[in-house]
Design a binder for this molecule. Sequence first.
Ligand SMILES: [Zn+2]
Length: 249
Amino acid sequence: MKERSDKSVEKAAVDRRSFLSVALGTCAITPLAPLSLQLATSLAGSLTKEQRDSMTPSQVIDELKKGNERFRAGKMAPRDYLAEKRASAAGQYPAAVILGCVDSRVPAEIIFDAGIGDTFNGRVAGNVVNDDLLGSMEFACAVSGAKLVLVLGHTACGAIKGAIDDVVLGNLTGLLARIKPAIPETKFEGEKSSKNPAYVDAVARTNVKLAIENIRRRSSVLADLEKKGSIQTTGAMYNLANGMVDFVS
Ligand SMILES: [Zn+2]
């Protein structure tokens, strides 16, 4: 057994080296666009520590934007999940931590065309912040080295509708209470009802903004990293209808 696992580790190391040499080779040929390949070229593995550490937070945002463009165009990067699994088994170096909604239509890795080992993902209805998620984000950035905290809301969110409608149901009641502060904070002209998609989406945007403020206020660990420029905290809205992710910054 031991011999076999040693061999697997060896193979993962070889996979990583070959990925790096491919990446470096590409770098030499097209020095202006090496980063565009970092989240996309997964045929030979996942992000390496060197690749992730060489990126700035705004470059990570750019890679996510490019991944979303590939997704929308139906031109997702060719991907070998087994190679990514092998390459990341001995260690992970994700570039971002994404706080998204549990909604089945908003799988972050797919809409950003990212692979195994590329992003940390926390999902909870209404993409709200709580202590455990803050701890997870602190782990992602302060311990593991991710460069970006992204709060990802989406259109037509059922949790937002539930908060607007004041739904009372078991443990959901407490979760919706975390969304409710976004309702009075939302400036909106028109029908303020869960039946009005524009209003629901306006509240969802406010909810993303408040989540970002919460993260900065409640996590001194993340706030300090952001002040130093090591990470960036930002938000985005995913449009269920057209597949577009609209970043707030
Ligand atoms: Zn949702």
